[in-house]
Ligand binder design. Sequence first.
Ligand code: ATP
Ligand code: MG
Length: 283
Amino acid sequence: MKTLKIAIQKSGRLNDKSVELLKNCGLSFENYKSSLITQVSNFPLEILFLRDDDIPEYVQDGIADIGIVGENGIAETDVDVSYLQRLGFGKCKLKLAVPNDSEIQTVADLHGKSIATSYPVILEKFLTKQGVKSEIKMISGSVEISPGLGLADAIFDIVSTGGTLRSNGLKPFADVMSSEAVLIGRKGIETDALVAELLQRIQSVMRAKETKYVVLNVEKVNLNKILDLLPGVKSPSVLPLAEEGWVAVHTVIPEIDFWSHINELKAAGAQGIVVMPIEKIIV
Ligand code: ATP
Ligand code: MG
């Protein structure tokens, strides 16, 4: 029987969440930190643990069939692969930043200046589009210290909270790209039955994450008001309670809708509201 190969990051920002996603899909495997490859015991899948930089090319070249990598990683390697699914984690922004006292304030001011980065391809494309010519200095790590060392006038780097920039006396002034983890595949792999099955599991896990199972009690006289407030639900279950005149409403709703309606639900007479996580939603 054919075995599918998925490439995920061996260690780093995307490793934990990639492993968690695969485990939530019901896949059983040992997360051998020391080995490059592990076999899933209950699905024909092999997991390759790689540097994130290598994943796009491994997938393009068919060494792995599919892979999990940041969108920025794909943009940086300029590969030709299929996007199968956005995964909702590993969210970050790539920004331009300068020292707090720099005279550079706009992208145009970067003309003729030097910029340190680990993402030269994305930066080059962006600058060309803006008609700006700068000297790009490729540095593989700790980019944020380069202005302080006199190595570059500006930096282009991944920023999540901005704390690293601040502690190095830098301020961001332009967003270039937003990124999140995505599942990619070799061109044409979309039609593979195993990929389709795995994709269905991933989507059901993701749907479940955003959705809650809500149970609440209400007096029958107020039931219609409550049903009007529960958005996007065709038909919740309504069950009688032991106490005469009361019912329990069971429903599945997006968590965001729940929070935006909680006060109205209470005002309409909802009591004993219980919100529960859902493991998977199959549609
Ligand atoms: P590797 O050793 O695999 O080459 P790396 O050091 O290049 O790892 P990481 O820092 O682990 O890379 O980041 C991997 C990816 O995670 C990035 O390309 C980006 O898509 C995402 N990422 C990076 N930093 C953050 C962050 N602070 N918050 C969320 N996601 C991030
Ligand atoms: Mg890397």
